[in-house]
Design a protein around this ligand. Structure first.
Ligand SMILES: Cc1cc2nc3c(=O)[nH]c(=O)nc-3n(C[C@H](O)[C@H](O)[C@H](O)COP(=O)(O)OP(=O)(O)OC[C@H]3O[C@@H](n4cnc5c(N)ncnc54)[C@H](O)[C@@H]3O)c2cc1C
Length: 387
């Protein structure tokens, strides 16, 4: 095989594969290096907000397990209520299937995949040199798409996240009666652990159940998970897989590029600080990154440093506001729960964020001059409160 490419992408998650797809579609020679053999299990709820469909130039619904119109909320396991939205709110995927689907789209466009490979070293001088367990590969540019704590960011000395959340996720196969009870909606519990929530996403034949929280609530995530199972009368014996992972949040202009490298998705710390969802921002950053590198290679961009502005003008304010909403929510979980239950405007705002008709910044603007003081009080409260 010729070892020279235009772009090397490290990581075949949604961010890596979609970046590769866009570049290959334009005739760029792309190599994807992935440490696992694909398809591989990925710890993730697999909940994808309906707005994500608009980001993709192809249909992914054919591999969706469920279309969700209804959310069931509890606060600290009690006071349950259900909310319905006429349009789809979200879709539930298994990540091994979704990631393989996106990867195949990139390969169809001409990307080369080498999976089951270990990265031994990255050098970024005149050219990119990536030494692996199989061979050495060269390119003009590199995309780091390996998720949180990625080797690219580490090697190049880039610290992209401001803070992290910790999340636990299990694939649970209950009896058919229990499965039916959860299969028509997504279940969310919040207000139990500071800065965290629990979820149940139904799949075709089982439930993906998890809990997550940003630190310091993160250290209570396992205890919360056990309580969440009990509260929903789900059994530990029905769990087939239980894993934990970090979600990185970037709410400042930390650098996400180097002289020949750009970062996308979790590698750039782009997980939504309010919802803890990262697929949406992984795909947004991938489409921006693919387009940006193509323009850079064709002289339409002067310098790789412009990448930061491209990502930040689209995602930074939104992620900062998502973080602020999460802080305010932690400050007043009881009021937030009640408002969502009884106030149609509040519920519709949330539903419209899922469908893409609104975003976090739109929501914050409705509070006008009260937003900043509310956030600052919440911030003080959050830093003093134990979970
Ligand atoms: C418990 C949990 C639940 C979640 N639930 C949701 C949810 O319901 N909805 C949602 O939108 N988001 C969710 N997320 C977040 C979401 O999983 C991530 O934001 C998303 O996967 C980011 O995509 P990515 O392509 O940037 O990285 P990843 O999906 O992590 O892909 C990175 C790829 O790089 C590979 N890789 C890593 N290191 C190397 C290396 N050294 N060399 C080569 N390859 C490497 C990995 O094997 C992987 O295939 C959840 C996260 C967790 C932890």
């Amino acid at each position: 095989m010729n070892n020279k490419f235009d772009v090397i992408v490290i990581g075949a998650g949604p961010a890596g594969s979609l970046s590769a797809y866009y570049l290959s579609r334009k005739g760029v020679r792309v190599l994807i290096l992935e440490k696992c053999r694909m398809p591989r299990y990925k710890i993730c709820g697999g909940g994808v907000q309906s707005k994500v469909l608009d980001l993709l130039p192809f249909d992914i619904l054919q591999i969706s397990h469920k279309t969700i119109h209804d959310l069931v909320f509890t606060k600290n396991f009690v006071d349950p209520f259900s909310r319905h939205f006429d349009k789809p709110l979200m879709y539930c995927f298994m990540r091994d299937e979704l990631d393989q689907f996106l990867l195949e789209k990139a390969i169809e466009q001409g990307s080369t995949l080498i999976d089951g490979v270990e990265i031994k070293g990255i050098d970024e001088n005149e050219k990119i040199t990536v030494a692996t367990s199989m061979d050495i590969y060269y390119s003009d540019f590199l995309i780091g798409a390996e998720g949180p704590n990625g080797i690219t960011a580490k090697t190049l000395g880039l610290t992209t996240k401001d803070y992290s959340s910790l999340a636990l996720e299990a694939e649970l196969y209950p009896d058919s009666k229990t499965f039916e009870a959860f299969s028509g909606s997504v279940t969310i519990d919040w207000g139990t652990v500071n800065g965290g929530y629990g979820w149940i996403f139904p799949k075709k034949d089982h439930l993906s159940i998890g809990t997550g929280a940003f630190f310091p609530g993160g250290k209570y995530v396992k205890q919360y998970f056990d309580q969440f199972l009990v509260a929903n009368q789900l059994k530990k014996e029905d769990i087939k897989s239980l894993k934990a992972a970090i979600l990185p949040h970037r709410i400042s202009d930390k650098r996400i590029y180097s002289s020949r490298t750009i970062l996308v998705g979790d590698a750039a710390g782009l997980v939504d600080p309010f919802s803890g969802e990262g697929i949406n921002n992984a795909l947004i950053s991938a489409s921006l990154a693919g387009n940006f590198l193509f323009e850079l290679m064709n002289g339409k961009r002067k310098d790789i440093s412009e990448y930061q502005g491209v990502i930040d003008s689209r995602l930074l304010k939104e992620n900062i506001t998502g973080h602020e909403i999460r802080m305010i929510f932690n400050f007043i979980p009881g009021i937030s729960h009640k408002l969502l239950k009884s106030n149609d405007r509040v519920w519709n705002s949330m539903a419209k964020i899922f469908s893409g008709e609104k975003n976090y910044v739109d929501v914050s603007k409705r509070f006008g001059k009260y937003w900043r003081p509310l956030y600052f009080i919440s911030q003080k409260f959050n830093s003093s409160k134990t979970p």
